[in-house]
Design a protein around this ligand. Structure first.
Ligand code: SF4
Length: 78
């Protein structure tokens, strides 16, 4: 008998990554969200680990895979 396991992250509701509108507009970020937030890699999420280790909210630009998004104004150069 197979036991159903809910792999959805327990921090979905308050997570700034998961709730960011930016995430839903970029397919690579949607893929990361599907893998970590609703998929099998939730326990490997760097944002979750940061919160558990420091007790602080991770930086907004931190992705679940540990990579950092550039600051919003970094693309604007002149
Ligand atoms: S980014 Fe990490 S902490 Fe946030 S909802 Fe996804 S898996 Fe959970």
């Amino acid at each position: 008998m197979k036991i159903a396991v809910d792999e959805t992250c327990e921090f979905l509701e308050g997570c700034r990554f998961f709730n960011s509108p930016l995430v839903r507009n970029q397919q690579n970020l949607v893929d990361i969200m599907d893998l970590f937030c609703r998929g099998t890699e939730s326990m490997e999420c760097c944002r979750k680990r940061f919160l558990q280790v420091t007790g602080k909210t991770p930086p907004d630009g931190m992705l679940p895979n540990g990579q950092m998004l550039p600051p919003p104004d970094a693309a604007e150069t002149d």
